[in-house]
Ligand binder design. Structure first.
Ligand SMILES: [Zn+2]
Length: 497
């Protein structure tokens, strides 16, 4: 839906400073960005052959090698380790092992088939069980016991965001609120019997839960890992009557934590600028090459392609590199594909701590995430309004670039701190913005195929993707040529830590 009233207000609130714009018309090299290339590249990168590019798997590495090979063919200079395009780092994965023991009375419940647990903390708990109903009767004494309860709808229904299915969000939200209420009353473990809605999500909860959690494998990250807490389980609905009948019997819960490291990788290259005074400064074009890999089956498809997320920006960067190669700007262009974004912005956090060029030399980060869906004439520019805006001058250039290219109506709602998705906090510009690098996030926003196996190349609006790429490129072109680099706004402070 177009929101033209909001757009008019947003655009009018900026005054155009012509001194910021070295060159106003798009350069001839913009013609190097073609719909044909974008479609060809995305058909491959977002196709089933890449198996969803999951971070920490060979599929992410395969896609990364393919991208590096495209950069090499275009003539982008490698900026990674040992003269390569690759900046390697390790992911640390922790998960609860399938050999964990969950016994109620004499019945052994199989982890991830009969029950699923949230979190990855190890546990060693024994005690008697107690039936806690739907959790509302606070006179039931659950202290030191394993509370068995019927899962009920969470407050607010748990349907506010578009991450995963509504049933998944419902179940997770219900587990969180009921689990928290019962552990706060002293339960040492909580086992919640799925209702009909949560049961639909059981296999998804189990599948995602069994994968565990990921973080950057370094001592700083380890120091932030939270300690153990009372485990909260979701129990298959079919086992409900049996479990309820077992209330009062002893239970034994032993959760074993398994931990692994996997390689992941950022792909980095540059096209050196033409101005001897400015070429040590960089405009950073950012994407992430990973997606969610091969997961549970939805309507006969188990490959979560991530064509829009973030195949679109990944092929846009190739097209932008072709244009910069044909006609370099005064400043240098740095292309960074971040690995393991979907596992928690891990590659971008790694690069901010270990930048391939000095961080103060990065004049702006232009990040894209999902550029090819929704209304053909609307798009979001996150980081363009307070409290997300950290450079008014950079925003002004992006809005001028939009006027000269895609002429999108800017959907300003997604950039507001009150927007329920918190979209600004969910992509790779964030660690740079936190490090005080002027940063913007281009997006055509979420859609019903987001994070499902249906986010496939045939759903992409290639004409829109081409215009988004032109806008993205033109913004970078203007930043790369302006005499005065965009200033950081004073007092920039995000609403979330
Ligand atoms: Zn993404």
């Amino acid at each position: 839906m177009l929101r033209s009233a909001a757009v008019a207000l947003l655009v009018m609130s900026f005054t155009v400073d012509s001194r910021l714009v070295a060159q106003t018309a798009p350069p001839r090299a913009m013609s190097a960005i073609t719909q044909t290339d974008l479609r060809r590249d995305l058909t491959l990168l977002g196709g089933d052959g890449m198996r969803g590019r999951e971070a920490g798997t060979i599929d992410e590495l395969k896609a990364s090698v393919w991208i590096a090979e495209q950069l090499r063919a275009i003539g982008v200079e490698p900026m990674g380790d040992a003269g390569s395009y690759f900046q390697w780092f390790n992911l640390r994965r922790t998960r609860v092992g399938a050999s964990s023991l969950v016994r109620v009375g004499t019945r052994d419940l199989e982890m991830w088939r009969d029950v699923a647990v949230t979190g990855t903390a190890p546990a060693d708990v024994s005690g008697s069980t107690v039936w806690a109903g739907d959790g509302r009767d606070t006179t039931i004494d659950v202290r030191g016991k394993i509370a068995l309860a019927q899962l009920v709808a969470p407050p607010g229904g748990g349907r506010q965001t578009s991450v995963n299915s509504p049933e998944y969000r419902y179940a997770r939200s219900a587990m969180q609120s009921l689990g928290f209420a019962l552990t706060r009353r002293g339960a040492v473990a909580v086992m919640l019997i799925a209702d009909s809605t949560a049961q639909i999500a059981f296999s998804g909860i189990s599948n995602i839960g069994s994968r565990g959690g990921y973080r950057l494998d370094d001592p700083q990250a380890a120091a932030r890992t939270p300690g153990s807490s009372a485990p909260v389980f979701l129990v298959q609905r079919a086992l409900g009557a049996e479990l309820r009948a077992a209330a009062g019997q002893p239970a034994l819960i032993r959760l074993f934590q398994e931990s692994f490291t996997y390689p992941s990788v950022n792909i980095v290259g540059r096209i050196v600028g033409t101005d001897a005074q400015l070429r040590d400064e960089y405009v950073l074009f950012s994407s992430h090459q990973d997606h969610d890999g091969v997961r549970y089956d939805v309507a006969g498809d188990s490959i979560w392609n991530g064509a829009d997320d973030n195949g679109t920006t990944s092929v846009a960067l190739l097209a932008i590199a072709r244009a910069f190669k044909q006609q370099p700007a005064r400043r240098s262009a740095l292309f960074v594909y971040h690995g393991a974004e979907e596992r928690g912005l891990i590659g971008s956090n790694h690069h901010v701590r270990n930048p391939v060029v000095p961080l103060p030399n990065i004049v702006a980060v232009l990040n894209g995430d999902m550029l090819g869906r929704n209304h053909p004439d609307s798009a979001a520019l996150l980081g363009s309004q307070p409290p997300h805006r950290n450079s008014t001058e950079l925003v002004t250039m992006a809005l001028q670039a939009n006027q000269r290219t895609g002429r999108f109506a800017i959907d300003s709602l997604w950039d507001r701190p009150t927007h329920p998705e918190g979209w600004y906090f969910r992509s790779d510009h964030l660690p740079y913005a936190r490090a005080n690098v002027p940063a913007l996030f281009f997006s055509s926003n979420l859609h019903p195929e987001y994070h499902t196996p249906r986010d496939a190349p045939e759903t992409i609006d290639y004409a829109k993707l081409t215009r988004m790429t032109q806008w993205f490129y033109m913004t970078g072109w203007m930043v790369a040529n302006t005499s005065k680099r965009p200033a950081l706004d004073a007092g920039f402070r995000l609403e979330r830590e």
